[in-house]
Design a protein around this ligand. Sequence first.
Ligand SMILES: [Fe+2]
Length: 186
Amino acid sequence: MATLRIPEENRMIEEFDAVRAYLGGIGIDHERWEPTHAVPADASATEVLAAYSAEIDRLKASGGYVTADVIDVSPATPGLEAMLNKFNSEHWHDEDEVRFIIEGRGLFHIRPQRGPVVSITVEAGDLLRVPRGTWHWFDLCQEKRIRAIRLFQDTSGWTPHCTESGTDRRYDPVCFGPSYIPNRLW
Ligand SMILES: [Fe+2]
């Protein structure tokens, strides 16, 4: 379940409806998806896409997405750091960034046009839609593992445009959720 944090306000939101409502207020769609049938951990990309085909088709129809694929990232992924470094500073895209998490975790930071920066730790079952033009950045969590469905309107719009504002450097890429231990306990 996604965990939302607003560092400036030292505030954390964990309840699904509250997270969804807050994100909706800054233009980010958040949903929880269930597969139509159990998906084994070693399922192929084809099997994964089939298990979520109803949701994918619904989103494709509503958002103009034409293709869906499955991305797999682990500590063994060649060139992992170079890949992550493309996305961990503030940027935007010419198309929506749509991710449904199948396994692992990730950390989105969003800088809305109004209001404070928010961080969102996403995990299995979470769908996030970051509209085109939204300033954001992305990090993996400590375990460096994520498997996710991506939906595209036009893959040529996927190139990140960096803002080079430096805003991202003011926020720790710390994931929240079940394995997070607050600093105050130390
Ligand atoms: Fe992005």
